[in-house]
Design a protein around this ligand. Structure first.
Ligand SMILES: [Fe+2]
Length: 416
């Protein structure tokens, strides 16, 4: 009898407060992480969704109490997903924003994210990687580790799924939620780049509201600390893309760091990948520009191995290997190459300027300050034994963390 009564009360409670049917809630930094963010989700059913948001944490049962309300800015139907986006701008830097999505069927859970500080005096923590194609156990561990390490943003470098269909994206988004479900719905903003397994540029525009149809754009973080340049190795490397690259490099010359992020590696460390188009094209069209504007770190993916080079410079002088020589003074460190759940390969094209290489499930964990960049490689598979960090401790080494520790050490130090 008691049990029946309890059930009755629970049912009554549910009828007074119903959840909206939204899923795969996500946040992207698409232009400037200090002052703008895009909230996206899949509208399972219901309609007329609006986002209630503000700096105060208000329960999802009373979304109207939030200080702001924004209608949907963009909507599309893609691979049977009903994607909705609200673009927030004029946000306060280094500030937590809470939000609830409300539609004609009810309200979502309460989520939150944080903008980046607008001063280069503050350090940034970033996670960079890609190739999350098929092995869900590894992919899930990586996503969960993102939640535990609390970076300011994730730089995701392409090849989300293997065959780019509805089911594979559903699984991807399901796994992506592990970045926040155990962490009070704190969403770490993503910066996205296209890989060769995304069949068209429409993937990024439709799933992440990528601001450029050709997926070539830039995102600034931390005032004038970092300009992240998202390039696309699946379209023409020259022409408009090259023009954009040069212009953004010029426009952000006064920034402390400019970091290009692109999927195909210029000099893959898996030999058969040297036949890929990007090898010639990146070398011809992009590298001289990176060097001209003093890039010091480039993120690459695609080969499903891990590698970091010594600082290297484009050169055909005697002793060069594959068109590069080591130059500790002015060279660029190339780091990658894509181990976020894709089947691992064995690196078999090693050069004298390769600093370290390996074959492990991993991503890059990067601390950026005015004076230097610290880059580590996290072997994320033991995530369940790793102590979660917080926003206050995000630059600490959490208990249990397994850092890749090759012959030349676990930390790569990059200086201006
Ligand atoms: Fe790839």
């Amino acid at each position: 009898m008691m049990l029946k009564k309890h059930l009755l009360f629970i049912c009554l409670g549910i009828s007074f407060f119903s959840f909206s049917k939204v899923d795969f809630v996500r946040v992207m930094f698409n232009s400037n992480g200090d002052t703008a963010a895009t909230i996206g989700w899949h509208q399972v059913s219901g309609d007329t969704a609006v986002v209630f948001w503000g700096t105060e944490d208000i329960s999802s049962s009373k979304p109207e109490l939030y200080s702001n309300k924004s209608a949907v800015d963009a909507a599309n139907q893609f691979k049977n997903f009903e994607n909705r986006f609200v673009r927030l701008s004029n946000l306060q830097p280094n500030t937590v924003y809470y939000f609830v999505i409300k539609d004609n069927e009810g309200s979502s859970e309460r989520y939150w994210f944080k903008t980046t500080p607008d001063s280069s005096e503050d350090r940034l923590s970033l996670i960079a990687g890609g190739d999350s194609r098929t092995r869900r156990d590894a992919r899930q561990a990586a996503f969960k580790m993102v939640g535990k390490l609390v970076p300011h943003a994730v730089l995701f470098d392409g090849d989300y799924t293997d065959i780019d269909n509805e089911q594979k994206w559903r699984w991807w988004f399901e796994d992506y939620k592990m970045t926040y479900t155990d962490f009070d719905n704190r969403i770490i903003p993503f910066i996205t780049t296209r890989g060769n397994h995304e069949k068209s540029n429409a993937c990024l525009t439709n799933f992440f509201d990528c601001p450029a149809k050709n997926n070539v754009y830039n995102v600034t973080l931390g005032g004038d600390l970092v300009n992240v340049i998202c390039l696309n190795t699946e379209i023409r490397f020259g022409g408009l893309q090259q023009k954009f690259l040069e212009q953004t490099l010029i426009d952000h010359q006064s920034f402390f760091w400019q970091i290009p992020l692109y999927h195909r590696a210029c000099r893959p460390h898996v030999n058969w990948k040297m036949k890929m188009k990007g090898v010639k094209e990146i070398y011809k069209k992009w590298i001289a520009l990176f060097e001209k504007y003093a890039v010091r770190l480039a993120i690459e993916c695609d080969s499903h191995i891990t590698k970091t080079t010594w600082p290297i410079r484009k050169s055909k002088e005697e002793g060069h290997e594959d068109g590069f020589v080591r130059d500790d003074e002015n060279g660029i460190v190339y780091s990658g190459e894509g181990c976020w759940g894709a089947p691992l390969r064995v690196p078999d094209r090693i050069r004298s300027w390769t600093r370290d290489y390996g074959s492990i499930n991993s991503f890059k964990w990067i601390f950026v300050s005015q004076n230097d960049i610290e880059l580590r490689t996290v072997a994320y598979m033991n995530v369940d034994n790793v102590q979660a960090l917080s926003e206050d401790t995000r630059f600490d080494q959490p208990e249990g963390i397994e850092l890749w520790n090759p012959a030349n050490g676990s930390m790569v130090h990059i200086q201006k």
